[in-house]
Design a binder for this molecule. Structure first.
Ligand SMILES: CC(=O)SCCNC(=O)CCNC(=O)[C@H](O)C(C)(C)COP(=O)(O)OP(=O)(O)OC[C@H]1O[C@@H](n2cnc3c(N)ncnc32)[C@H](O)[C@@H]1OP(=O)(O)O
Length: 211
C-alpha cells in the first residue's frame, strides 16, 4: 500500500483526507502546505513539508492529490506534479455512488453522498462535492467544481475551470462554457457562454470576466 500525499492543508483538504480514509486504499495520509512548519497538523493527519519538499518524495511510494479550491491553481499544480512523474490519485468516498460506466479522470474527488450516474465523463482535477448530483451522460471538463448539493440533469456539459455554486441546478442538455461561475442556488435553463458569472432563477449573466 502507498501513502497518499495531499498538497493543500485546507478545510477542503481535510474533507478529502476523510474521504480517502473511507476507501482503505492508502496506508497513511500526509499533507504538504506552505504554512509548514508553523502549521503541522490538520484533522487526523500530519503536515510534513511545504509544496517544494513534496517534490522530494519517491514517486514509487506515494500517490499525490492536489486539494486546492481555486480551479485554475489546482489544475496547474496537478499538471506540474504529473510532469514531475507523480501518480495523481482519484478519491471516491465510500458513501458516494459512482456508476461503473462513468469515466473519471486523474485527481477527481467525489465526496460523501454525491451521485455520478451512468455514462458521465469527468475530466482531470474535477470536484464533485458533498451531495451533488451529476446525472447520466454529463461531460465535465478539467478543473470543474460542482459545489455541495448542486444538481446537473442528464447530458449537461460544463467547460474547463467552471464552478457551479452550492445548490445550483442545471436542466438537461444545457452547456455551461469555460471559466464560468454559476451562483449559489441558480437555475440554469439556457446555455451559458464562456468567461461569465451567472446567477438567479432563471440564471442570467451579471458579469463578463474578459471585459
Ligand atoms: C464546501 C464549500 O464550501 S464549496 C463552496 C460553495 N460556495 C458557493 O457555491 C458560493 C457561490 N458564490 C456565489 O453565489 C457568489 O455570490 C457569486 C460568485 C455568484 C458572486 O460573488 P461576487 O462576485 O462577490 O458578487 P457580489 O456579492 O458582489 O454580488 C453581485 C450581485 O449579484 C447578486 N448575487 C450574488 N450571488 C448571487 C446568487 N447566488 N444568486 C442571486 N444573486 C446573487 C448580489 O446580490 C449582487 O446584487 P446587487 O448588485 O443587486 O447588489
Amino acid at each position: 500500500m502507498k501513502t497518499l500525499s495531499i498538497l493543500g492543508a485546507s478545510g477542503h483538504g481535510n474533507v478529502i483526507a476523510d474521504a480517502a480514509r473511507t476507501t482503505g486504499v492508502w496506508k497513511e495520509i500526509v499533507f504538504f502546505d506552505d504554512a509548514w512548519p508553523l502549521k503541522r497538523k490538520i484533522g487526523q493527519s500530519d503536515i510534513i513539508g511545504c509544496s517544494k519538499s513534496m517534490l522530494e518524495l519517491d514517486p514509487n511510494k506515494t500517490d499525490v492529490f492536489v486539494a486546492i479550491g481555486n480551479n485554475a491553481i489546482r489544475l496547474s499544480k496537478q499538471r506540474a506534479l504529473e510532469q514531475a512523474g507523480y501518480s495523481v490519485a482519484s478519491v471516491v468516498h465510500s458513501a458516494a455512488i459512482v456508476s461503473d460506466t462513468a469515466i473519471l479522470g486523474r485527481g477527481v474527488v467525489v465526496m460523501a453522498g454525491a451521485v455520478v450516474n451512468a455514462g458521465a465523463v469527468l475530466g482531470c482535477s474535477v470536484i464533485v462535492n458533498s451531495l451533488a448530483v451529476v446525472e447520466h451522460d454529463c461531460i465535465l471538463a478539467d478543473g470543474v467544481h460542482i459545489s455541495p448539493g448542486a444538481r446537473l440533469a442528464g447530458g449537461v456539459k460544463v467547460g474547463e475551470l467552471s464552478w457551479v455554486g452550492i445548490g445550483a441546478s442545471i436542466i438537461q442538455l444545457k452547456t455551461v462554457g469555460k471559466n464560468v461561475t454559476i451562483g449559489a442556488n441558480a437555475a440554469v435553463v439556457t446555455d451559458i457562454p464562456d468567461d461569465v458569472v451567472a446567477v438567479g432563477v432563471p440564471a442570467k449573466v451579471i458579469r463578463h470576466l474578459c471585459d
